[in-house]
Design a protein around this ligand. Structure first.
Ligand code: SF4
Ligand code: SF4
Length: 324
């Protein structure tokens, strides 16, 4: 055991999870305690490499004696705490959150677990009615606080809007954005420290925006793609992947992923290079890699299309429009 590392024995905390007594390290979150006990808690805004921001509220649990439900991702365990992860209050809250998200956001590219949670909690987004007309390009971006008006009672308000394509590397499809803040965190103090994007607006008009809503090429963005890597819904996506999905040609049965070391510099970042039909269509890095924690720079993330280059322009490759 050393004083410097994390190998000191930790004080244990005893608490109750759904009636079962468990012991976990002091300082653990309820989410971590549940994971250790094999209890599945849905999460959308949580990622182990980012500080919890408590915005999606889908992980809430009931702590006996507490006035409100608490977010499992950030609430630390306490001695003698009694936690209910599947009470009627919890199920009702999760149902409501998933229903409101499902009625206002396109979740079709979200992880399969989201559909499973919608079924598990009996969420029925369709009961809010058919979606309202999509916003025009720029309409949501120009909304000021208080611009949102209730719908006519027969249709569901949505964030549907045209896809933003203003660079070659990735598209921003905010019809799919659940405002989980992961991209903002990855661009900011949690990883990139560029702060090119933030949440603008209030209430239903809240959205992810660059400064003054300028296009990405005019913003502070350095195209590291760390925001793309953490987006859970496909709102941020490699252009190559987006275009293949849009044309119906995205086919994971024809893809393979190769783990390799980035060829550009000596840092040693690991890459997971996804290829379809000899074209690089997505590059990620493992979250548990101790060099990257899932983050890359523009070269590793978007600079590998030379691998599949034929000497001719190949529309749709990840750097195909670099002259833009
Ligand atoms: S690509 Fe990098 S710099 Fe640009 S918005 Fe995303 S995280 Fe920020
Ligand atoms: S763009 Fe993606 S990562 Fe960013 S807030 Fe929306 S859903 Fe979350």
């Amino acid at each position: 055991m050393t004083a410097a590392g994390s190998t000191w024995p930790r004080r244990q905390v005893e608490l109750s999870l759904d009636g079962e007594t468990v012991r976990v390290n002091e300082g653990a979150t309820i989410l971590e305690a549940c994971a250790a006990a094999g209890i599945d808690i849905p999460t959308l805004c949580y990622l182990e490499t980012l500080a919890p921001v408590n915005v999606c509220r889908v992980c809430v649990v009931e702590v006996v004696g507490a006035r409100t439900l608490v977010p499992a991702c950030s609430r630390k365990v306490e001695p003698a705490m009694e936690v209910l992860t599947d009470s009627e209050r919890v199920r009702t809250s999760r149902r409501m959150v998933l229903e409101l998200l499902g009625s206002s956001v396109d979740l079709s590219y979200a992880a399969p677990e989201v559909t499973e949670w919608i079924d598990r909690y009996g969420a029925d987004p369709s009961r809010h009615g058919p979606p309202m007309r999509p916003s025009l390009a720029g309409e949501r971006d120009s909304a000021r606080a208080g611009h949102h008006h209730p719908s006519d009672g027969t249709t569901a308000a949505t964030v549907a809007q045209p896809v933003k394509r203003d660079n070659a590397q990735y598209v921003r499809d905010y019809s799919r954005c659940i405002l989980c803040y992961k991209c903002v965190e990855a661009c900011g103090a949690e990883a990139q420290n560029t702060f090119a994007i933030a949440v603008a607006g209030r209430g239903f008009e809240a959205r992810i925006s660059t400064e003054f809503d300028v296009g990405l090429p005019d913003s502070a963005c350095v195209y590291c793609g760390n925001c793309v890597a953490v987006c859970p819904t496909g709102a941020l996506m490699f252009t190559a992947e987006h275009d293949l999905r849009a044309s119906g040609e995205w086919d994971e049965s024809r893809q393979h992923v190769t783990r390799t070391v980035c060829p550009y510099c000596g840092v040693g970042c690991n890459l997971e290079v996804r290829v379809q039909d000899n074209r690089v269509v997505r590059v990620t890095s493992p979250l548990d890699h101790d060099v990257t924690s899932g983050n890359l720079c523009v070269k590793g993330r978007f600079g590998l299309d030379f691998v599949s280059a034929t000497g001719e322009d190949e529309p749709g490759g990840i750097g195909a429009n670099r002259a833009e």
